[in-house]
Every structure is written in structure tokens, then in C-alpha cells.
Design a protein around this ligand. Structure first.
Ligand code: NI
Length: 171
């Protein structure tokens, strides 16, 4: 089921999400399915549960945007265990549509997480995948990509969004 993606300004997007301790449940299965449906409908490469209003540490990633089944990843309670190098690239977010800015990230990261069965998994990614891991894990910590920008750039974006909110163009 495709759900509504919440936009910047919704408090849940800036709150740390809760750890997941129940696995193999119908609720978790449904949440993950809905998150993939919602992410693909929006043509995104990643989505975190707080973006659909669920404050849980669940994220889905697919850098092939539905082209390659083997690229579908579900990370529950993910944590970055190692970071190497840096990369700078344009980044956007489904919760902040219309804005893209260069963000500095680690070039390669290794992530430890649970899968849907509650098993511990470890994944490594470089470039776009590493960026997606870092962006989505930030979401679970209540952090958005604009938090990585200069205060000046962030204020410009915030002001533009406020104008759109007033005009009813941001909901
Ligand atoms: Ni995002």
C-alpha cells in the first residue's frame, strides 16, 4: 500500500525513532511492504519509517529503484560500524522535495543491522549505497540532510519552505 510521505515540518521527522525488538510479526512485514511500495511510487532509493509517521528504526533501500530485486535491502536497528574516506555529492530527500544540495559523506561504510527475522546482518556499501545508508540512518536519529548544510544554506531552504507552507503548497 502506498502511504503518504510526511514532509519537513512534521515533528516525527526530527525525533529519534524507537528500537525494534519484535521480529517476524505481521505488522513488521506489512510495514516493510508498505515502505517499499511508497518508496517505489515516489521513485526514491531509500525510505525510513519516520517518513510515513512510524517512529521505528526501520529503513528500506534499493539503489536500483526497483530494477534489480537483489538490490532490495531492509535494515532494522541499523548502526554504522566503520567509515572510510569521503565523498561529496548532490543529495535530496522525499520529505524535502524540490531541494538538492551537495552533502559530504563517508565514501564507504559498513553497517550492522537486523533483518526482518531479527538476525544480525552486516553490509558494506560504497558511493551511492554508502550515501543511502548514512542518509537513512540519519532519519532514524531524527536528522535530515539539511542538518549537514551550512546554517546559511539551511536558513534559505527553511524560509522557502515556510513560504510554501503559508501558500498551502507544502503538505
Ligand atoms: Ni530522506
Amino acid at each position: 500500500m502506498v502511504l503518504k510521505i510526511l514532509k519537513y515540518g512534521e515533528p516525527v521527522l526530527e525525533q529519534p525513532a524507537d528500537h525494534v525488538s519484535d521480529f517476524n510479526t505481521p505488522d513488521l512485514k506489512k510495514l516493510v511492504e508498505d515502505m517499499f511500495d511508497t518508496m517505489y511510487a515516489a521513485k526514491g532509493v531509500g525510505l525510513a519509517a519516520p517518513q510515513i509517521g512510524i517512529s521505528k528504526r526501520v529503513t528500506v533501500i534499493d539503489i536500483s529503484v526497483g530494477e534489480d530485486e537483489t538490490k532490495k535491502l531492509v535494515l532494522i536497528n541499523p548502526e554504522i560500524v566503520t567509515r572510510e574516506g569521503t565523498q561529496v555529492g548532490e543529495e535530496g530527500c522525499l520529505s524535502i522535495p524540490g531541494f538538492r544540495e551537495p552533502v559530504t559523506r563517508a565514501h564507504k561504510v559498513t553497517v550492522k543491522a537486523h533483518n526482518e527475522k531479527g538476525e544480525t546482518i552486516e553490509l558494506s556499501g560504497e558511493e551511492l549505497l554508502a550515501r543511502a545508508f548514512q542518509h537513512e540512518i540519519d532519519h532514524l536519529n531524527g536528522k535530515l540532510f539539511i542538518n549537514h548544510l551550512s546554517a546559511l544554506k539551511r536558513d534559505i531552504i527553511r524560509r522557502k519552505i515556510k513560504k510554501m507552507q503559508k501558500a498551502g503548497e507544502w503538505d
